[in-house]
Design a protein around this ligand. Structure first.
Ligand code: SF4
Length: 661
């Protein structure tokens, strides 16, 4: 495979073309590299990535406290420990230098954000202070000094982030740079800051040390820089000695989704290709690349020289080695859910992973072979049960799994139905493949009772019996045109033209989207139209999102409260685009034959409906677990069978049960 052919970045020879781009993990305190961070990256290096870029690393006081800092010499020993661990694992290493400008959250620590101009950011809601010319020169020095520390610490390369709407992008963009001095005005002066950073970093690290720039190939901001301007910037950066461009999508503030599950895989590779055609140094393509087949295609069609996978390596650190040795079906797929990673970053929590409970807990969770192989029964083939069965089997137990339906996957199968949520299927496919490979005996259409479980004589039982949809106490809820969202998504029932979805959580929102998208273009086609937001596309967009039905979403409180920050705005934008009528803070009074009567404030109104879809949460199937507690010596209850929870929690509980059996 081309993916596993060597490549040179400046003077640095990489063993393969698979790069793990920098991603904030939240594992540091006060900027110091922690053992947890070292363990995390050591594991990714062992997995076979060609280049691991750590960071961002703050160049001044504007990093997050949980971020790596390169803002002083005292951080060098920690950085050196990190670089050494990556080297020992067999990967080359780089550290990314970071200054957020108006995106800074340092105001939480009482530090005022600074930026080229005093323009508030939608990300933080804060108005930064405009930098003085003297401060700008000091910042350029800060980048250079931090780059030198990175080199001193033993990293193989340094990267500068000039993407995503952080400080260098803010100088580059007419949207955020209204200065009239040497650092603002025409395009050349807006480039001046980024080019000065590149020159000073090059001087600081010397001619031979590789310097990488992370670039937004397009800002995707109305009135902002397009690829045309970015190419001019890249050409000049190359003249300043930049050895590689790591190309990503737009800014954090852009209305174009870039990282969510609905974004087609590899959707932004075209940006890397355009930049590659304009420069002579290697280019890395990034964003929503989670499979070696796609990576290989990107390389073989000449779109990029290297491929970046960050979340994919959080999900499975062994992806490179599995890909190299042809064990593709064993790769645990990143599904683009963001629930464990980017939502955690935006919520200022430590990063973990929905599909990989070991991420960020590499030393705590070392799977030990079982001391004695037990006969283990897992009841329930949803995410928690499948993960428990997988882990128990990995450890050497003899595992049987009973699933009462005819299919494994549980609610993941339903989660995969709404538009843009299909990646959930890849997780089900992976888990099914693993159970098969590990010899787990899977019995479908097998309902567990306290009697047949105890009669089986198992040494240990994991109850992952899931949950069932709740039925709210509303007059008319048992009428024949009232259905459950689960039944609708499973295809057991259909809906009429006018539909009211009752429930504004994730299931309600996604079911409303599913219904509203009936008769429209598929998600991928829609997405490409959304990216091309040129004016002439608006009519086409309207047609592409005009479904065959009328859908109303009724929510008791705010809509989508249980959806993570990275995805919620995308779902809300889609609800709007697909014409879903959203009524929040509304209580249902009754479900009548011809519609739903609701109260909002002091007023009652009726929405006509041919079908009413309930998405009112679930109730744990806890009875079996309760009954078995008295009868089975070793029992674990996990997932929704305890109480309804997110898939991430359910999988983590399944993992832990499998780990301690
Ligand atoms: Fe991928 Fe979701 Fe894991 Fe993040 S939490 S790495 S998006 S699977």
């Amino acid at each position: 495979m081309l993916l596993f052919s060597p490549v040179k970045v400046g003077s640095l020879q990489l063993k393969n073309r698979l790069v793990m781009p920098a991603m904030h993990l939240g594992y540091c305190r006060d900027g110091e590299v922690s053992t947890r961070l070292v363990d995390f990256y050591a594991r990714r290096a062992e997995g076979g990535a060609g280049l691991i870029i750590v960071g961002g690393c703050a160049v001044d006081e504007h990093g997050y406290p949980s971020m790596i800092s390169a803002a002083g010499d005292r951080y060098i020993p920690g950085l050196a420990r990190l670089a050494a661990a990556i080297k020992e694992g067999g990967s080359a290493s780089a550290a990314q230098l970071f200054q957020p400008g108006r995106y800074s959250y340092a105001y939480l620590e009482g530090i005022e954000p600074v930026a080229p101009s005093a323009l508030a950011s939608r990300l933080t809601g804060r108005r930064p202070r405009e930098l003085t010319t003297g401060e700008i020169h000091r910042l350029i020095d800060a980048f250079a000094r931090a780059a030198f520390r990175v080199k001193q610490a033993g990293f193989d390369a340094v990267e500068v982030i000039a993407s995503a709407g952080y400080l260098i992008s803010q100088f580059l963009s007419p949207l955020t740079n209204q200065r009239q001095d040497e650092f603002g005005g025409d395009p050349a002066r807006r480039m001046h800051f980024g080019l000065s950073v590149a020159r000073r970093v090059r001087e600081a690290v010397g001619a031979e040390f590789p310097v990488i720039f992370r670039i937004s190939g397009h800002e995707f901001m109305s009135g902002g820089n397009t690829t045309e301007e970015i190419i001019l910037f890249c050409r000049q950066l190359e003249d300043c000695g930049v050895d590689m461009f790591n190309v990503t999508g737009g800014w954090h503030e852009t209305p174009v989704p870039q990282i969510t599950m609905d974004v087609p895989r590899g959707a932004f590779v075209y940006l890397a290709r355009q930049i590659r055609q304009a420069v002579s140094v290697p280019v890395t393509a990034c964003n929503r690349i989670n499979h070696p087949a796609l990576a290989e295609k990107i390389l073989s069609d000449g779109s990029a020289d290297l491929v970046g996978m960050a979340r994919a390596l959080i999900a499975d650190p062994d992806l490179p080695e599995k890909a190299r040795t042809g064990k593709w079906e064993e790769i645990r797929p990143c599904i683009g859910c963001n629930q464990g990673c980017l939502d955690a970053v935006f919520g200022r929590r430590d990063v973990c992973c929905l599909v990989n409970p070991r991420a960020g807990r590499e030393s705590a969770h070392r799977l030990q072979p079982a001391l004695r192989a037990k006969r283990v029964l897992v009841v329930g083939g949803g995410p928690a049960g499948m993960e428990a069965a997988r882990v128990a089997a990995v450890r050497g137990h003899r595992v049987t799994l009973w699933e009462k339906s005819g299919r494994l996957g549980g609610q993941l199968n339903l989660a995969a139905v709404p538009p843009g949520r299909g990646e959930f299927k890849t997780l089900v496919g992976y888990l099914c493949g693993q159970l098969d490979r590990l010899g787990v005996e899977v019995c479908l259409n097998r309902e567990a009772t306290a009697e047949n479980v105890t009669a089986g004589g198992f040494d240990a039982v994991v109850v992952a019996a899931g949950a069932q949809p709740a039925v709210p106490q509303i007059p008319g809820v048992h009428r024949p045109h009232v259905v459950q969202a689960h039944d609708l998504l499973a295809g057991r029932v259909t809906a009429g033209r006018r539909v009211v979805v009752a429930g504004g959580g994730a299931v309600g929102c996604e079911t409303a989207l599913f219904l509203a998208s009936r008769g429209t273009l598929d998600a991928a086609a829609f997405y490409f139209l959304a990216v091309n937001r040129a004016e002439q596309m608006e009519k086409l967009l309207a047609l592409a999102t005009c479904g065959a039905g009328e859908v109303t979403l009724l929510a008791r409180s705010a809509v989508g409260k249980d959806i993570g920050q990275s995805t919620r705005w995308v779902i809300m934008q889609s609800l709007h685009r697909f014409g879903v009528r959203v009524i929040s803070e509304a209580g249902i009074v009754s479900i009548d034959e011809d519609g739903v009567l609701y109260r909002k404030g002091e007023r009652e109104k009726k929405v006509p409906a041919d079908t009413v879809v309930l998405a009112a949460g679930s109730l744990a199937n806890s009875m079996l677990g309760e009954e078995l507690k008295e009868k089975v010596r070793e029992i674990y209850v996990v997932g929704d069978a305890i109480a309804p929870r997110h898939a991430m929690e359910a999988i983590a509980e399944g993992f832990c049960a499998g780990e301690v059996l």
